[in-house]
Design a protein around this ligand. Structure first.
Ligand SMILES: [Zn+2]
Length: 236
């Protein structure tokens, strides 16, 4: 474990395939980097209001696990900056919507924040804001603790997150622009949906959602297993 950690830290081992390589970028070998590049053209839009930068595949799942469980916040910027779709056409984030974009990270529970040291959604929001000349706005707050989302059915997830978030935006909001709720993974939309509910019907700006990954709901149960495995590995 120590060895794999030091390889990870000192960049000898590709985090995608685990192979040693002397041409890391600094996380992926050439072949995994090519794979990421081709995935980055597959922006997923589960609805008109939601943009996910990558599909959930082995390599993207691993990178997001590093962001969430291995204390590598830089992975957020890495993934945003390697999105070819976003680099080539920043308007892929909601063409025709009023600018600037105000990125609202899904708030992390304080106990998770203490464990992790950062909110991964905020790291993603910062990278998106930098690339699109937008702003990060903490316009939501988290109310109470709930159990992990990944093991629940869609209905369970919806009930589980209802009322978790509360608005935290200023009285005077910008007159124009679009608010974008940011999270790491979009599956059923329950979490980001609860965020939109929390902003409320009278929220004056258009509201959209952007995440790094799109995971089809049917595969989420399998991801739960991978997710827990990554968590156990990371926490020893
Ligand atoms: Zn590799």
């Amino acid at each position: 474990m120590l060895e794999s950690w030091s390889n990870l830290v000192f960049g000898m081992e590709c985090v995608g395939c685990g192979e040693s390589s002397d041409s890391l970028d600094p996380w992926l070998c050439k072949s995994c980097s090519e794979k990421l590049k081709s995935l980055s053209k597959e922006v997923c839009c589960p609805t008109d209001d939601v943009v996910c930068l990558y599909p959930m595949e082995a390599v993207t799942r691993k990178l997001v696990h590093l962001l969430k469980y291995r204390s590598i916040p830089a992975m957020a910027a890495y993934l945003v900056e390697h999105s070819l779709a976003l680099q080539e056409t920043p308007e892929v984030l909601f063409p025709g919507c009023s600018r600037p974009l105000y990125f609202i990270p899904v708030p992390l529970h304080p106990s998770r924040f203490r464990e992790r040291g950062y909110n991964q959604a905020e790291m993603i929001a910062r990278a998106l804001a930098k690339l699109t000349v937008g702003r990060v706005c903490r316009w939501l707050r988290r109310n109470t603790f709930r159990v992990s989302q990944t093991k629940l059915s869609q209905r369970g997830r919806e009930q589980n997150v209802a009322g978790v978030f509360v608005p935290n935006y200023p009285r005077f909001l910008p007159a124009r622009g679009t608010a974008v709720v940011v999270d790491d993974v979009y599956t059923t939309g329950a979490t980001t949906g609860a965020c939109l509910d929390a902003l409320g019907k009278n929220f004056p700006l258009d509201v959209k959602v952007c995440t790094l990954l799109y995971d089809r709901p049917a595969s989420a149960t399998m991801d739960f297993v991978a997710d827990r495995q990554a968590f156990w590995n990371a926490t020893g």
